[in-house]
Design a protein around this ligand. Structure first.
Ligand code: PLP
Length: 342
């Protein structure tokens, strides 16, 4: 090769080598509050597509919020993906989030558009969750109970003593949504009265994933949680059915927020944009068989998902239940008035 052409080749190669090096050095740490299999799949797919070394640390929603609070002077992750949105709003309230409004928020389902207009500077919506019960039909048979519960009040049946489980709201977002739902249905006094009564039937308060496996194994007869988890268990062959309580449908939304002072801010923004796409939202059910409802209007929902059009959704007060003061007050109250009496 002549000197001139060698030089030209070198000139072309240097920027290429530099750019791949820069890309290869890109990193991202995701705090992930969805199922482990989903965390793995989304992180792998995003990392490959964008050539960014992406890792995740999985924890329930309440546990992740506690980590954000503990690490606020030295953040260990860049973005928080998934988990109940009330906790993301609480993190925003505590000044733990970085401002970023992804342009892809415009594809949000119309019923959540005004919420995004108000809160989308700090948090995006990545999916929808519907609250209800899961029941183990075999366990009902062995308990000799013929009729399945239809309403929240049916969980007070004394024959279910020791056979109801729900997650611990100190760790889990699910039970915080349940507490907020009951308050919105009945008012705070009646809701806490109910939680104290149902406590008599609850065997233990554990992590949400364990509540679901315990139901599938027949260790419990009823689990309180987001109903898509029971669809997955049923598909795996467990004798499990979902029930939407008669009093009205409580729900939450999956939140996504960039963490304040994220070290890899540009990559966190890329991830946020990607997670809101049709492709990323469909990946969750197509590849990991988790049937939460996609919230991008262009994303197809799994036939296994609850159809949001058929729901009688409560008018959720995200302002109140997304406030950090209210979140702490209600969780502390639950511990004092319910858990400590177990
Ligand atoms: N996001 C998804 C997709 C879930 O399935 C669940 C629980 O079932 C949650 C969030 C809430 O999880 P946790 O109660 O562990 O915070």
């Amino acid at each position: 090769m002549k000197f001139k052409s060698k030089l030209t080749a070198l000139c072309l190669a240097i920027p290429f080598a530099l750019s791949t090096k820069i890309m290869a050095e890109g990193k991202l740490t995701v705090y992930c509050s969805v199922q482990n299999t989903t965390c793995e799949k989304i992180v792998q797919t995003f990392g490959k597509q964008h050539n960014i070394e992406t890792k995740f640390i999985r924890n329930s929603t309440g546990a992740t919020l506690a980590k954000l609070i503990a690490e606020q002077n030295n953040p260990q992750a860049d973005i928080w993906y998934g988990g109940t949105i009330e906790h993301h709003f609480q993190a925003g309230d505590l000044n733990l989030l970085e401002k970023y409004r992804s342009p892809n928020q415009t594809d949000i389902m119309p019923q959540f558009k005004s919420l995004m207009d108000k809160r989308g500077d700090l948090t995006s919506i990545v999916y929808m969750l519907v609250l209800g019960f899961g029941i183990n039909t075999e366990k009902f048979k062995t308990l000799g109970i013929k009729e399945y519960p239809k309403c929240w009040s049916d969980l007070l049946d004394p024959r279910l003593k020791g056979y109801v489980q729900m997650p611990d709201p100190q760790i889990s977002g699910t039970t915080y949504t349940a507490i907020a739902t009951l308050i919105q249905l009945w008012g705070e006094e009646k809701a806490f009265d109910y939680l104290k009564k149902v406590n008599a039937n609850v065997s233990e308060y554990v992590k949400s994933a364990l509540v679901t496996t315990n139901l599938s194994r027949g260790e419990s007869a009823v689990a309180i949680g987001f109903v898509h988890s029971y669809a997955t268990e049923k598909e795996k062959g467990a004798p499990v059915e979902s029930i939407l309580p008669c009093e009205g449908d409580g729900y939450s939304l999956g939140g996504m927020s960039i963490i304040k002072n994220a070290r890899n801010l540009d990559n966190a923004k890329l991830f946020a944009d990607w997670a809101l796409t049709k492709e990323a939202q469909e990946l969750v059910w197509r590849e990991t068989k988790v049937y939460q409802i996609p919230t991008n209007i262009h994303a197809e929902a799994s036939p296994q998902s609850v159809d949001p059009k058929k729901l009688n959704l409560i008018d959720y007060d995200f302002e109140r239940f997304g406030s950090s003061e209210e979140g702490k007050r209600l969780t502390d109250k639950w511990v004092k008035e319910v858990k400590l009496h177990k």
